[in-house]
Ligand binder design. Structure first.
Ligand code: MN
Length: 271
């Protein structure tokens, strides 16, 4: 088996090395990761400039490829023919912070795996709930053990086409992790605040600041699993269709003229 290992924290990140070493037990591992930190960079396709790729050595002396593209570009490059052998699985991580609920749309770790799905290759994203701990101070071994279990289980059961897995691991010693729960996406609570400052030329500029997101730790969700000391595995799809609403809208009549009204767009039972 040939596994492509990538991440969104850059080729020098300690979580990438730990993951690459862990995946080696399944077969051939190719590392192709961005040359800098793309965290929060989302799903990117670089079309307006060339992509450069160069060979580097990781901290253990093993060889890796690095590109100036996004994590999703790295996966596209790898799957479009840059790697000489066919890739059977893409594993992305280990991110030093959790990717829960709506985070998956921001996360370079998860969107790298979304790209693999577009190319018909199964993928697994792995994040460690490191919180404010420096990424070099984290112990990635528990997450390596969990993702090894996940890969082994996926090899037994297989994954339907189009389904990828978002794995989150609590920052606990392996013996303190209560197990692995299969979950749905939970609700993230973002605490972003706009920080407006003035540059030396007197013009305004902005930082999106604020505090780390929290979440609603509902049972059965990714947020709930981590809060209870479990690792979380969430099956996801790129198809974001709301099937309940699709059903409800079968009765709608699309009106030929704009009906201007003061009615709020979100209905009372809406979001
Ligand atoms: Mn990251």
């Amino acid at each position: 088996m040939h596994i492509l290992v990538t991440n969104d924290d850059g080729v020098t990140a300690p979580g990438l090395l730990a993951l690459a070493q862990g995946m080696a037990r399944f077969g051939e591992v190719s590392v192709l990761a961005p040359d800098h930190d793309w965290s929060g960079g989302g799903h990117v396709k670089t079309l307006r400039r060339p992509l450069r790729v160069r060979r580097v050595r990781m901290a253990d002396g093993s060889s890796a490829l690095t590109s100036d593209g996004a994590p999703s570009d790295c996966v596209a490059l790898g799957l479009m023919g840059l790697l000489p052998h066919k890739v059977d699985l893409v594993v992305s991580g280990i991110n030093p912070a959790a990717n829960l609920g709506h985070d998956v749309t921001y996360s370079g770790t998860v969107t790298a795996v979304m790209e693999s799905i577009i190319w018909g290759v199964p993928g697994i994203a792995v994040s460690l709930d490191g919180g404010d701990v420096d990424s070099y101070e984290l112990d990635y071994q528990p997450a390596v053990e969990i993702v090894t279990q996940v890969v082994a289980t996926v090899l037994t059961h297989g994954l339907p086409k189009g389904v990828f897995l978002n794995v989150n691991v609590p920052n606990l010693p392996l013996s303190s992790i209560k197990g692995v729960l299969t979950t749905s996406q939970g609700l993230r609570v973002y605490r972003d605040r706009l920080d407006r400052r003035v540059d030396p030329r007197g013009r305004d500029y902005y930082w999106i600041g604020g505090d780390r997101p929290t979440g609603v730790p509902r049972e059965g969700t990714d947020v709930g699993a981590l809060a209870a000391g479990y690792a979380s595995v969430t099956p996801l799809r790129l198809d974001l269709t709301d099937h309940k609403q699709l059903e409800a809208m079968q009765d709608w009549r699309w009106q030929p003229h704009l009906a201007f009204s003061e009615t709020p767009v979100f209905s009372k039972n809406g979001h």
